[in-house]
Design a protein around this ligand. Structure first.
Ligand code: AMP
Ligand code: ZN
Length: 115
């Protein structure tokens, strides 16, 4: 947990562009954006995956997600957005502190990933 990059960002040990914070979650700009607008919503409590989530974690994450509609104008997401949670190797999860990607700022295609 001490080596977790998102825990370090939360504690201010690694710089980030924080765009929102409350008791449950914080939202930063992704350092390597995959869309015109790419943010990460990160629960403040460290857990790796949905499999590790407690009922309290689930409630906290839902509270966080329900803040997003109130942020869309400020974050440039008023045209819509996509939420992605990568879980495990096939999904390419690289940071094992659960986080929700928030992607938007442009029309988002939905590629056939089998190709
Ligand atoms: P995932 O591959 O789903 O685990 O997503 C991890 C995300 O964290 C990637 O989109 C990275 O670009 C992003 N990321 C890694 N380090 C940082 C950082 N220091 N600040 C902001 N985003 C980061
Ligand atoms: Zn962490």
């Amino acid at each position: 947990m001490n080596d977790c990059i998102f825990c370090k960002i939360m504690k201010g040990e690694i710089p980030s562009e924080k765009v929102y914070e409350d008791d449950d979650v914080f939202v930063i700009r992704d350092i390597d954006p995959k869309a015109e607008k790419h943010y990460l919503m990160i629960p403040k409590r460290h857990y790796k995956t949905i499999a590790e989530m407690t009922d309290d974690d689930a409630a906290a994450l839902i509270r966080g997600l329900r803040r997003i509609p109130g942020l869309v104008d400020r974050l440039g997401l008023s045209g819509g957005y996509r939420l992605v949670i990568n879980q495990g190797d096939d999904a390419g999860q690289t940071v094992f502190h659960l986080h929700v990607h928030i992607l938007g700022g442009q029309p988002l295609d939905f590629p056939d990933l089998r190709k």
